[in-house]
Write a protein that binds this ligand. Structure first.
Ligand code: DGY
Length: 322
């Protein structure tokens, strides 16, 4: 009998697909409404043929070695794979699959939403209105920055970055800059986008939107020096991974008004926030909900289930990272 362990409750769509594809498999799901520790996963998944994990689980070298040789696949309910020891998985012959594309639209929506919310001060306006501070229309009330026609810098020219660029170009006539080693013809042809280096992008953008994976090269890519290059009227948007930004440096830049504001969906030490961040009025904070639509989360679940069924029935899975 096959054993599948799932580290957090996932949409029914995934479980149904697993049951159809592997009718005699035993499927166990973390019964708690919280993330499991490393030791808890090691214990609960001991002997499992497949592990469906999330981006919050430390699927590191020690865990993979503890679960080998039974474990044949790790299917992560995410596109990012920075929490998984890919080298160890490769060495142990454990397949690693992710969920690209399923969350492109959803995450792009949150990035665009954060740009609007920051620039037009939605959260401050909501709080003021709820608290009875709206005393009637006034010419100087909550003036923000316009979005239409501004310059948007996209760091990480993958699927999500491109969808954000499309929305901002087609919806708001923005000029698009993107950071990439080589020019992408489709960005140029469809969006009249300009490829440039990170320093130039930071200096010219009104919105800097992060869409790169977390790697040793991108960790703390946005630190004090990068923030100092941004315009004082510019906003930083992060829907990628928290550690791409040095959060202490960001708090200092926001506090000193060295940039206009930030919209964050992800944090350096998630779910903890850097000291001082939550007290600032020029930052909009979301609890990592980039992919949190019914559509995206169902499809992410189905993609994990399809990957598990494929590997455990000897087929090649569609989205194999390792
Ligand atoms: C991912 O898939 O990497 C996202 O951060 C999940 O929302």
């Amino acid at each position: 009998m096959r054993n599948i362990f799932i580290t957090r409750a996932v949409p029914d769509a995934a479980i149904e697909l697993l049951r159809r594809g592997l009718p005699d498999a035993k499927i166990a799901v973390n019964p708690h409404n919280r993330n499991l520790s490393h030791a808890e996963i090691a214990e609960a998944a001991c002997g499992a043929d497949a592990l469906i994990c999330t981006l919050a689980d430390p699927v590191d070298d020690a865990l993979l070695r503890a679960l080998a040789p039974a474990l044949r696949i790790v299917a992560t309910y995410a596109v990012g794979v920075n929490n998984i020891a890919l080298g160890t998985a490769r060495e142990l012959g454990i397949a690693v699959c992710n969920t690209p594309d399923a969350l492109t639209d959803a995450t792009a929506e949150v990035a665009v939403g954060l740009m609007l919310a920051c620039a037009r001060r939605f959260v401050e306006g909501d709080a003021l209105t709820r608290q009875g501070g709206f005393q009637g229309w006034a010419p100087m009330l909550l003036r923000g920055h316009g979005v239409y026609g501004k310059t948007v810098g996209i760091v990480g020219a993958g699927r999500i970055g491109k969808r954000v660029a499309q929305a901002m170009r087609l919806g708001f006539a923005c000029q698009i800059l993107y950071q990439a080693r080589t020019a992408h013809a489709d960005w140029q042809d469809e969006l009249q986008a300009e490829q440039t280096g990170i320093e130039d992008l930071l200096a010219r953008s009104d919105f800097v939107s992060l869409h790169c994976p977390l790697t040793p090269q991108t960790r703390h890519m946005i630190g004090a020096a990068a923030l100092a290059r941004m315009k004082p009227t510019a906003f930083l948007i992060n829907t990628a991974r928290g550690p791409v930004v040095d959060e202490a440096a960001l708090v200092a830049a926001l506090r000193d008004r060295r940039i206009a504001g930030a919209g964050l969906d992800v944090y350096e030490h998630e779910p903890e926030l850097a000291p001082g961040l939550a007290a600032l009025d020029n930052v909009v904070l979301l609890p990592h909900i980039g992919s949190a639509t019914h559509e995206a989360r169902d499809e992410m679940g189905r993609m994990c289930a399809r990957a598990v069924v494929a590997v455990l029935t000897g087929q090649e899975p569609a989205h194999r990272v390792v």
